[in-house]
Design a protein around this ligand. Structure first.
Ligand SMILES: [Zn+2]
Length: 259
Protein backbone atom coordinates (compact mmCIF):
# COMPACT_ATOMS: atom_id res chain seq x y z
CA UNK A 1 0.00 0.00 0.00
CA UNK A 2 1.31 3.43 -0.92
CA UNK A 3 1.52 5.87 1.96
CA UNK A 4 3.19 8.99 0.59
CA UNK A 5 0.61 11.38 -0.84
CA UNK A 6 3.27 12.89 -3.07
CA UNK A 7 3.60 9.55 -4.89
CA UNK A 8 -0.16 9.04 -5.31
CA UNK A 9 -2.60 10.23 -7.95
CA UNK A 10 -5.60 12.41 -7.14
CA UNK A 11 -7.90 9.40 -7.61
CA UNK A 12 -5.89 7.27 -5.19
CA UNK A 13 -6.07 10.08 -2.64
CA UNK A 14 -9.84 10.38 -3.15
CA UNK A 15 -10.14 6.64 -2.47
CA UNK A 16 -8.04 7.01 0.69
CA UNK A 17 -10.31 9.80 1.95
CA UNK A 18 -13.41 7.69 1.21
CA UNK A 19 -11.81 4.78 3.11
CA UNK A 20 -11.37 7.14 6.11
CA UNK A 21 -7.60 6.75 6.22
CA UNK A 22 -5.96 9.32 8.53
CA UNK A 23 -3.34 11.72 7.17
CA UNK A 24 -0.03 12.46 8.90
CA UNK A 25 1.65 15.82 8.29
CA UNK A 26 5.34 15.75 9.30
CA UNK A 27 6.76 19.09 10.44
CA UNK A 28 10.52 19.43 10.26
CA UNK A 29 13.13 22.15 9.99
CA UNK A 30 16.16 23.29 8.05
CA UNK A 31 18.78 24.04 10.67
CA UNK A 32 22.33 23.50 11.86
CA UNK A 33 22.68 20.19 13.73
CA UNK A 34 26.27 20.29 14.90
CA UNK A 35 29.38 19.75 12.78
CA UNK A 36 28.46 16.11 12.19
CA UNK A 37 24.88 16.04 10.89
CA UNK A 38 22.88 17.32 7.89
CA UNK A 39 20.59 20.35 8.09
CA UNK A 40 17.51 18.32 7.08
CA UNK A 41 17.81 16.05 10.14
CA UNK A 42 14.44 17.02 11.66
CA UNK A 43 12.55 16.87 8.37
CA UNK A 44 13.98 13.45 7.54
CA UNK A 45 13.23 12.09 11.00
CA UNK A 46 9.64 13.30 11.18
CA UNK A 47 8.93 11.92 7.69
CA UNK A 48 10.71 8.62 8.42
CA UNK A 49 8.65 8.08 11.59
CA UNK A 50 5.50 9.23 9.75
CA UNK A 51 5.91 6.56 7.07
CA UNK A 52 6.54 3.81 9.66
CA UNK A 53 3.49 4.94 11.64
CA UNK A 54 1.41 5.19 8.46
CA UNK A 55 2.20 1.54 7.71
CA UNK A 56 0.81 0.60 11.13
CA UNK A 57 -2.32 2.79 10.93
CA UNK A 58 -3.06 2.60 7.21
CA UNK A 59 -2.56 6.36 7.10
CA UNK A 60 -1.30 8.66 4.37
CA UNK A 61 1.74 10.89 4.76
CA UNK A 62 1.46 14.41 3.38
CA UNK A 63 4.61 16.03 1.97
CA UNK A 64 6.68 17.17 4.98
CA UNK A 65 7.05 20.78 6.02
CA UNK A 66 10.79 21.33 5.53
CA UNK A 67 10.96 24.81 7.09
CA UNK A 68 10.05 25.42 10.70
CA UNK A 69 10.77 27.57 13.70
CA UNK A 70 14.56 27.46 13.95
CA UNK A 71 15.25 30.90 15.40
CA UNK A 72 17.49 29.30 18.06
CA UNK A 73 20.10 28.45 15.41
CA UNK A 74 19.67 31.44 13.14
CA UNK A 75 23.28 32.55 13.66
CA UNK A 76 24.55 29.26 12.18
CA UNK A 77 25.10 28.70 8.42
CA UNK A 78 22.47 26.52 6.79
CA UNK A 79 19.65 27.45 9.15
CA UNK A 80 16.56 28.80 7.38
CA UNK A 81 13.85 29.76 9.86
CA UNK A 82 10.35 31.02 9.36
CA UNK A 83 8.85 33.53 11.77
CA UNK A 84 6.27 32.02 14.13
CA UNK A 85 3.26 33.78 12.48
CA UNK A 86 4.35 32.76 8.95
CA UNK A 87 4.92 29.17 10.05
CA UNK A 88 1.55 28.99 11.76
CA UNK A 89 -0.26 30.53 8.78
CA UNK A 90 1.38 28.01 6.44
CA UNK A 91 0.55 25.08 8.71
CA UNK A 92 -3.04 26.29 9.11
CA UNK A 93 -3.49 26.52 5.34
CA UNK A 94 -2.00 23.07 4.71
CA UNK A 95 -4.18 21.62 7.46
CA UNK A 96 -7.35 23.31 6.24
CA UNK A 97 -6.72 22.10 2.67
CA UNK A 98 -6.53 18.51 3.92
CA UNK A 99 -9.62 18.90 6.11
CA UNK A 100 -11.70 20.59 3.41
CA UNK A 101 -10.84 17.73 1.06
CA UNK A 102 -12.45 15.38 3.56
CA UNK A 103 -9.74 13.85 5.74
CA UNK A 104 -11.31 13.00 9.10
CA UNK A 105 -8.14 12.76 11.20
CA UNK A 106 -5.11 14.98 10.74
CA UNK A 107 -2.05 13.98 12.75
CA UNK A 108 0.57 16.74 12.90
CA UNK A 109 3.76 14.81 13.67
CA UNK A 110 6.49 17.16 14.77
CA UNK A 111 10.25 16.64 14.44
CA UNK A 112 11.63 20.02 15.56
CA UNK A 113 11.08 20.84 19.22
CA UNK A 114 10.27 24.58 18.88
CA UNK A 115 7.52 23.79 16.36
CA UNK A 116 5.64 21.86 19.04
CA UNK A 117 3.82 24.61 20.88
CA UNK A 118 3.08 26.40 17.57
CA UNK A 119 1.58 23.16 16.20
CA UNK A 120 -0.68 22.83 19.24
CA UNK A 121 -2.06 26.32 18.65
CA UNK A 122 -2.70 25.59 14.96
CA UNK A 123 -4.50 22.32 15.81
CA UNK A 124 -6.74 24.29 18.16
CA UNK A 125 -7.38 26.95 15.52
CA UNK A 126 -8.22 24.41 12.79
CA UNK A 127 -11.01 23.00 14.95
CA UNK A 128 -12.28 26.43 15.98
CA UNK A 129 -12.39 27.67 12.37
CA UNK A 130 -13.56 24.58 10.49
CA UNK A 131 -15.72 22.38 12.71
CA UNK A 132 -18.92 24.13 11.69
CA UNK A 133 -18.75 22.59 8.22
CA UNK A 134 -16.42 19.60 8.62
CA UNK A 135 -16.33 16.55 10.92
CA UNK A 136 -12.71 15.89 11.83
CA UNK A 137 -10.15 15.79 14.58
CA UNK A 138 -6.57 17.01 14.75
CA UNK A 139 -3.79 15.49 16.85
CA UNK A 140 -0.52 17.32 17.51
CA UNK A 141 2.46 15.40 18.88
CA UNK A 142 6.23 15.50 18.71
CA UNK A 143 7.30 12.04 17.62
CA UNK A 144 9.54 11.35 20.64
CA UNK A 145 6.91 12.19 23.26
CA UNK A 146 4.73 9.03 23.59
CA UNK A 147 7.80 6.73 23.78
CA UNK A 148 9.88 9.06 25.95
CA UNK A 149 9.88 6.88 29.08
CA UNK A 150 10.98 3.79 27.12
CA UNK A 151 13.74 5.68 25.33
CA UNK A 152 14.89 7.20 28.62
CA UNK A 153 15.35 3.66 29.98
CA UNK A 154 17.54 2.68 27.00
CA UNK A 155 19.75 5.77 26.90
CA UNK A 156 23.45 5.84 27.73
CA UNK A 157 23.80 9.64 28.12
CA UNK A 158 22.85 11.38 31.36
CA UNK A 159 19.66 13.51 31.51
CA UNK A 160 20.36 16.55 29.36
CA UNK A 161 22.13 14.44 26.77
CA UNK A 162 19.15 14.28 24.43
CA UNK A 163 18.22 17.64 22.98
CA UNK A 164 19.49 18.59 19.53
CA UNK A 165 22.21 16.91 17.46
CA UNK A 166 22.29 14.67 20.51
CA UNK A 167 22.37 10.98 21.47
CA UNK A 168 18.84 10.45 20.10
CA UNK A 169 19.14 12.38 16.83
CA UNK A 170 22.65 11.18 16.02
CA UNK A 171 21.67 7.57 16.73
CA UNK A 172 18.62 8.03 14.49
CA UNK A 173 20.76 9.29 11.60
CA UNK A 174 23.38 6.56 12.13
CA UNK A 175 20.57 4.00 11.88
CA UNK A 176 18.90 5.43 8.78
CA UNK A 177 21.47 7.53 6.85
CA UNK A 178 24.98 6.69 8.13
CA UNK A 179 26.60 8.15 5.00
CA UNK A 180 25.43 11.63 6.08
CA UNK A 181 26.91 11.46 9.59
CA UNK A 182 30.52 12.56 10.16
CA UNK A 183 31.37 11.57 13.73
CA UNK A 184 35.04 12.53 13.25
CA UNK A 185 33.95 16.18 12.89
CA UNK A 186 32.96 16.18 16.57
CA UNK A 187 36.63 16.31 17.55
CA UNK A 188 37.20 19.58 19.38
CA UNK A 189 33.53 20.58 19.25
CA UNK A 190 31.91 21.78 22.45
CA UNK A 191 28.94 19.74 23.62
CA UNK A 192 27.53 18.31 26.79
CA UNK A 193 24.37 17.87 28.86
CA UNK A 194 21.93 20.79 28.87
CA UNK A 195 19.26 21.84 31.36
CA UNK A 196 16.44 20.09 29.54
CA UNK A 197 15.94 16.81 27.71
CA UNK A 198 13.68 15.33 25.03
CA UNK A 199 12.84 12.16 26.94
CA UNK A 200 13.88 12.48 30.60
CA UNK A 201 11.17 13.44 33.09
CA UNK A 202 11.81 17.15 33.63
CA UNK A 203 10.09 20.20 35.03
CA UNK A 204 7.68 21.49 32.36
CA UNK A 205 8.81 25.10 32.65
CA UNK A 206 10.36 26.47 29.47
CA UNK A 207 12.93 29.24 29.75
CA UNK A 208 13.98 31.21 26.66
CA UNK A 209 17.41 32.82 26.81
CA UNK A 210 20.00 34.48 24.57
CA UNK A 211 20.60 32.36 21.51
CA UNK A 212 23.87 30.46 20.87
CA UNK A 213 26.53 31.91 18.57
CA UNK A 214 29.10 30.00 16.54
CA UNK A 215 31.60 32.79 17.25
CA UNK A 216 31.34 31.95 20.95
CA UNK A 217 32.39 28.37 20.24
CA UNK A 218 28.91 26.84 20.32
CA UNK A 219 28.67 23.72 18.12
CA UNK A 220 24.88 23.86 17.54
CA UNK A 221 24.51 20.78 19.72
CA UNK A 222 22.38 20.38 22.86
CA UNK A 223 23.29 17.09 24.50
CA UNK A 224 25.85 14.38 23.93
CA UNK A 225 26.22 12.93 20.41
CA UNK A 226 29.24 10.82 21.37
CA UNK A 227 26.92 8.31 23.07
CA UNK A 228 25.13 7.65 19.76
CA UNK A 229 25.13 4.39 17.81
CA UNK A 230 23.22 2.89 14.90
CA UNK A 231 22.08 0.03 17.11
CA UNK A 232 20.62 2.47 19.65
CA UNK A 233 19.00 4.41 16.83
CA UNK A 234 17.15 1.30 15.63
CA UNK A 235 15.92 0.62 19.17
CA UNK A 236 14.86 4.27 19.70
CA UNK A 237 12.96 4.28 16.39
CA UNK A 238 11.18 1.01 17.20
CA UNK A 239 10.12 2.26 20.64
CA UNK A 240 9.03 5.57 19.15
CA UNK A 241 6.80 3.99 16.51
CA UNK A 242 5.34 1.39 18.90
CA UNK A 243 4.33 4.11 21.37
CA UNK A 244 2.82 6.30 18.65
CA UNK A 245 0.83 3.38 17.26
CA UNK A 246 -0.53 2.57 20.74
CA UNK A 247 -1.42 6.22 21.23
CA UNK A 248 -3.49 6.47 18.07
CA UNK A 249 -5.09 3.05 18.40
CA UNK A 250 -6.29 4.08 21.85
CA UNK A 251 -7.52 7.50 20.72
CA UNK A 252 -11.31 7.70 20.75
CA UNK A 253 -11.81 4.09 19.73
CA UNK A 254 -9.34 1.99 17.83
CA UNK A 255 -8.42 1.98 14.19
CA UNK A 256 -9.29 -1.07 12.17
CA UNK A 257 -6.50 -2.88 10.39
CA UNK A 258 -6.19 -1.24 7.02
CA UNK A 259 -3.12 -2.92 5.59
ZN1 LIG B 1 16.82 18.04 15.37
Amino acid sequence: MEHRMAHMTQMEIADAIAAKRPVILPTGATEAHGPHMPTDTDTHQSEHIAVLLAERLGALVAPPVAYGISKTFEYFPGTISLSIPTYQTMLFEIGSALIRQGFGHLIILNGNRPNGTANDAVARLLVDELDEKHAFKVSAVSYWEPGAARIHEMRTSVAGGMGHGCEYETSFQLATRPDLVKMDRLAGAHYGPVGWDLVAPTNPTRTYARRPRPQAGHAAIFGDPTKASAEAGKAFIAATVDALEETFRNLQGSYQERK
